[in-house]
Design a protein around this ligand. Structure first.
Ligand SMILES: C[S@@+](CC[C@H](N)C(=O)[O-])C[C@H]1O[C@@H](n2cnc3c(N)ncnc32)[C@H](O)[C@@H]1O
Length: 209
């Protein structure tokens, strides 16, 4: 029992300290944490299958992953959309994209040919209006200082009826409460907004009309 309390106390102290630091120093998650983001422990906490189901990703979709990082979820999503679908995996850090590219060259992933890694910012998406069926952000939105600008770009690049899915994870130092994410999507003009998951990890989904 005592050990549980210690772990809980350590987690709370970690969360308070890291959040205070993040308030003063704003920077993207450094590329070296890419390997921690893509770990079995994380997959146990945020299972890819649940995340894909909650985001509404279906075979044949053309999807945009914003802030793909080291690609912790990119490969599963690429398999979920299948050969007739496509994943554009975008990040502002070359170091993160390198990790994704390395994963794509591994022998167990040679079946995946529908991922396009792309160095670009959510602020200026290099795509025409209505290019995607779905866009998703996993522990990314709160890392972007001008969230409304990024969401406006996402909305522009989605087709009418397209889905935006924002997933957050309590362990992330930028974790916001679900109400905050619901409000952000509403302010950005998305409709039929819903949410699923729990306090630990949730997904908020909205549609472009
Ligand atoms: C905490 S990591 C999450 C990575 C991945 N989505 C995951 O869940 O493992 C956040 C990622 O968002 C990227 N990022 C931050 N600001 C961005 C922006 N303006 N445009 C695109 N990516 C951005 C960072 O470089 C970083 O790789």
């Amino acid at each position: 029992m005592r050990i549980v309390l210690y772990v809980l106390a350590a987690f709370i102290i970690y969360q308070i300290l890291i959040r205070l630091i993040r308030k003063v120093f704003h920077f993207p998650a450094p590329a070296f944490i890419g390997r921690f983001l893509d770990s079995n422990i994380r997959r146990a906490m945020q299972p890819p299958a649940a995340l894909i189901r909650r985001s509404g990703i279906q075979p044949g979709m053309r999807v945009l992953e914003i802030g793909c990082g080291s690609g912790a979820y990119t490969l599963e999503i690429a398999r979920a959309v299948g050969a007739t679908g496509k994943v554009v995996a975008l990040d502002i850090q070359p170091g993160m994209l390198e990790q994704l590219k390395n994963k794509l060259t591994r022998s167990e992933n040679t079946d995946i040919r529908n991922v396009e890694p792309l160095l670009a910012s959510a602020y200026q998406l290099p795509f025409q209006n209505g290019s995607f069926d779905a866009a998703f952000m996993i522990t990314v939105l709160q890392e972007i200082p001008d969230k409304w600008r990024a969401l406006a770009e996402v909305r522009r690049t989605l087709r009418p009826g397209g889905i935006v899915a924002v997933t957050e994870w309590l362990f992330d130092p930028d974790y916001p409460l679900k109400q905050t994410t619901l409000r952000l999507l509403k302010e950005a003009g998305f409709e039929n907004i819903d949410s699923s998951g729990n306090l630990w990890t949730y997904t908020v989904r909205g549609y472009r009309q």
